[in-house]
Design a protein around this ligand. Sequence first.
Ligand code: 9MR
Length: 628
Amino acid sequence: MTTAPRRGRRRRSPRRLIYAALGGGALWLAVAALGGGDAAPARPQPATPLHVNQLGYLPDGPKRATLATPRRQPLAWRLLDAAGGTVAEGMTTPRGDDASAGRNVHVIDFGAVEATGDGFRLAADGARSPPFAIRPGLYDAAARAALSFFYPMRSGVAIDGAVAGTAYARPAGHAAAPGDGATNKGDRAVPCLPPETAAEQYGEAWTCDYTLDVAGGWYDAGDQGKYVVNGGIAVAQLLSAYERTLHVDGAGAEALGDGGLAVPEAGNGVPDILDEARWQLEFLLSMQVPEGEPRAGMAHHKVHDDAWTALPTLPHEDPRPRYLHRPSTAATLNLAAAAAQGARLYRPHDAAFAERLRAAAVRAYAAARAEPDLLPSRDASAGGGAYFDERLSDEFYWAAAELFVTTGEPAYLADLEASPHWRGTAFRRDGFDWANVAALGRLTLATVPSTLEPAARAAARASLVDAAERYLALQQGEPFGQPYAPESGRYAWGSSHLVAQNAIVLARAHDLSGDARFRRAALEAADYLFGRNALGLSYVTGFGARHAENQHSRWFAAQLDPALPHPPRGTLAGGPNSWLGDAVADAALAGCAPQLCYIDHIESFSTNEMTVNWNAALGQFAAWLAEQ
Ligand code: 9MR
């Protein structure tokens, strides 16, 4: 089950990480993480105990910082300008022991400051913060970068250095046609798993007798798999960022128009974010089982290599065979939801494409209803993530919501009304993600005009505002200002995007209610992502004085090979993960308090990966931030 690393590589590769699937287990196993006598990486330490949003603060927004110190009494603080002069001063508010950081902390509130400029620092308890700005427009570049992240993630096409930046130019990955004899197999005619492999991974000798052209789409993450569930939520959040600009007065930051992003289609008359989303939607459509085949209309769960490849491996150098995995109801409903949403948004730009999306969504939804519990497998994790999910009521709800809003068909409304999510809350305390998607349906019902009855629409809106109240209350208990306090007390895999998701709910509640508390709460949530956290690190590459830059990736792998680039500016790191789950994290972080369970190391895939769904959350949030 272990994949041998490729031999005879041209590039220097000081460390290699090899994965094996655990037969019968969902976890990934790092079998050779620290080769060559490398010392285990040290436990990360903040550079200063005074933590700020390293981008800065908006003049009319909240301005808070967090100080870690053993001292229990209020302490004096000063705000210094770039020349070192005192602009403001005050006393800290002690907040006691913070379980998320494992430290005694104080909050500094300098919200009354009216000065603007760059190069401010806070000073307190003998410490100084990193520099930061107080001015408008702080998030414009971050929004553009976070949403331009997807282009260098494209599969099946050469990445143009003139668009993405010269360091990001690369040949097309997985683009070879059958018969080319290329080492890189290409996604143009991908077969289904061999039955003996399916028997091991799915418990049945499943296969198919067709191949599909599934070239295109985005690579998921640091690996080169393409997964319909994760790809679906990612594209849906990009579509939602755009859709908001159609329905919210004053929304419509230029970043979301034509020419706002670094994509090759800029200037074609179509909003760039729709150009980018289409690249992925076309891939999702290609994963649908063709008419006349068993399970026609369902979507294959995923396509990826048969075994994990070593780091680094550029997409066009991946030599492994790739297979379609068994269709799943979850993937089918993701396709239905994302395609249904796309159908209403592309109609003004390309009616034929919109119609293809609508028809595919209708077909997928019907196929999912016909086979409502075809699950992925926990054990299909050789060469790709399992994306196992066994609770599908939320996927049904999301798909029915998108189809109802797009088509107005009463049958979808009937399904919605019968869903356990129709009345219950759709917003989890811990944040929505690829496996928990009811929030996406609820956000659409609450914010997109439709033929929903006024009372039902009002209920959806009230539930959104109610969720925002709950995130606000969580945030008030967090001295670092993140609206994220998981029930278990432990931070999840991809925690940084869960902060962004809860912030998006706050932002959308502000859109609906105009309640300024929600706007301030969403703004303060950004502080955590950009450096006001226990590690004093911005989780967004290229933004902030100290930022993550070694996210787990097979091709943005500068840490392993200096000839390769770091992840692009605007890449969100997964962030602290209390469960750890890779050899580097296990060695460096054992016993960590939740916020400290993170290491900016390329081999720490459980704390420091990058993926399209996390960046979609960041991009949607940052687009809102840029507008403030
Ligand atoms: O984001 C996924 C997270 O919710 C799961 O806990 C984790 C383990 O199964 O997998 C994450 O997804 C990874 C996927 O399996 C493979 N591509 C990279 C993804 C991000 O780490």
